[in-house]
Design a protein around this ligand. Sequence first.
Ligand code: BES
Ligand code: ZN
Length: 632
Amino acid sequence: MNKTYRYLLGCCVAGSLMLTSCNNQNAKSDQTMSTTEENSGTLPRDVHSYSKPTEAVTKHLDLDIAVDFEQKIISGTATYQIENLAKTDEIILDARDLQIEKVFLGDERTETTFKLGEAKEPFGQPLSIAIKPETKSITIQYSTSPEAAALQWLNPQQTAGKQYPFLFTQSQAILARTWIPIQDSPGIRITYSAKVKVPKELLAVMSAENPQQKNATGEYKFFMRQPIPSYLMALSAGDLVFRPIGEKTGIYAEPATIDAAAYEFAEMDKMLVAAEKLYGRYRWDRYDLLVLPPSFPFGGMENPRLTFVTPTVLAKDRSLTSLIAHELAHSWSGNLVTNATWNDFWLNEGFTVYFEQRIMEELYGKEYADMLQVLGYQDLQHTLDDIGRDSEDTRLKLDLEGRDPDEGLTDIAYEKGNFFLKNIEAAVGRERFDAFLNKYFKTFAFQTTDTDRFLNFLKSELIRGDEQLEEKININGWVYSPGLPENHYKPSSSRFANVEQAYTSWSQGTPAAQLQTQDWSSHEWLHFIRLLPEQMPQQQMAALDKAFNFTNSGNSEILAAWFLHTIRNNYTAADQALDNFLTHVGRRKFLVPIYKALAATPAGKRKAAAIYAKARPNYHAVSTSTLDEMLK
Ligand code: BES
Ligand code: ZN
């Protein structure tokens, strides 16, 4: 298996929780949208879910669960309001590593029969539940396994405060089924309520309306009135405090981290304003962040209303906040207009990278956004080299049938997707493209879209029979062909031109300390480090390190890029820092290239094995499943 992850380079349906949002005018329209939308007809079947939503589909979930840190188990009930569209005698959900105890039908909770089909990794099992044509609700009594892949249970030592345990979920792409029996397909949207019991010392938060402080009982209630796909179901519990940033924005973090986080993300409110100005009203009421412990396997996860974020972006200089712009942008591209299946993942991520860079441009100007674009372009080139430019997996429209959708999580979706959109923007002009995107988000809000649906919209709204334009946009080249079309838009950055100049003068003998680097941001540094030759003598490494202190950088992006050189060149002065980084940070994007670089030589492989043995308990299943495979 050759995985190349992106690196481097209606309110109140159930009635039980009639919360204030029911009075909100928006609530009604959002709910209406969910019920009028049909997941039928033109959209493709999701090959990564056992559910058959055209026959019987879930509409609303009431979750009632308890979180047991001793046993590392979540248990309770999931009650669904369903629509039995085909009047069938079964409804099928996805389940993986779940213990299903009992299943009931209706408000009266009459017990019914169920069957768990054959388990297939990583998809789990179909859970088919016997229903009647008139069945309106089902209740599943269940518990999770301590190995549930979506859940990471941290002991106090693995947190910033070192006093309390911590739990977080990661449901994307198909891990929601490891903590909730659910129709786990991005084309199926549900609203939800939840009652969650956690140890009294902890605060629980979800991808929903959230409490802002702990209560004495440890029991929390949640309501999510906007319909969301299963991969956005999220829960976390820990010693958390809340700090407001703007009126609609704020941050949850451990007390030890909250000040640093509030400084780092002080501009999140401005980002929200910029995003609304670009692509229309924010549809999710509040936008908060949850800063997780360092073992979080991703940079960020766009859980609605509450983005989960790695603490590795706390660089103390706000230099890595484009990640927040990215997750915020998902509130439109992904959460509001959602890819129908994981084969259309580029619709989520490519649009989001494009949108993220537009937000950054609004806040910090074009020169800043240009740097992000060039770095993204480098990532794309690197990924193309890695996967192979003629590999089918470099098409935007993927075919992941029978494979883990995680394998589609490459820079193709992100960066090739972004450059396809950039290419359209260049062809029609920004004004027209923005109007088009606005209309796209409005038209498909709270709905599902796939590549065909998007392309049809593109043809009817923008191309409109203009053959020259159609040729310029080159849909076939971008979407259905591998590699990159020959005449593609290539980004450039004036700020990077300075870096390249400095680099040239360094490579011609100017001592590192004499280079003009005073105004460099971490992006310029990253560009510089990426430019460095693969092979460098010890003395040259040491001189660079002495001048720029890379080994002790507080910036995770700089560290991760630098370590690739220290490993290749056996620059042992960085060994301690490397060891420390790998045992603390669980972000897969950093771990994979670093371990890969280590594993390239026999001695490095031994080093990698020793560090991995020690560090593995700190990593989330998402990271270990990749690394186990790589290091075996
Ligand atoms: N939604 C993704 C993370 C993801 C994708 C998790 C697929 C599981 C399966 C998130 O929005 C993301 O793209 N995160 C990036 C950061 C971003 C700035 C590119 C990451 O974690 O590196
Ligand atoms: Zn994303």
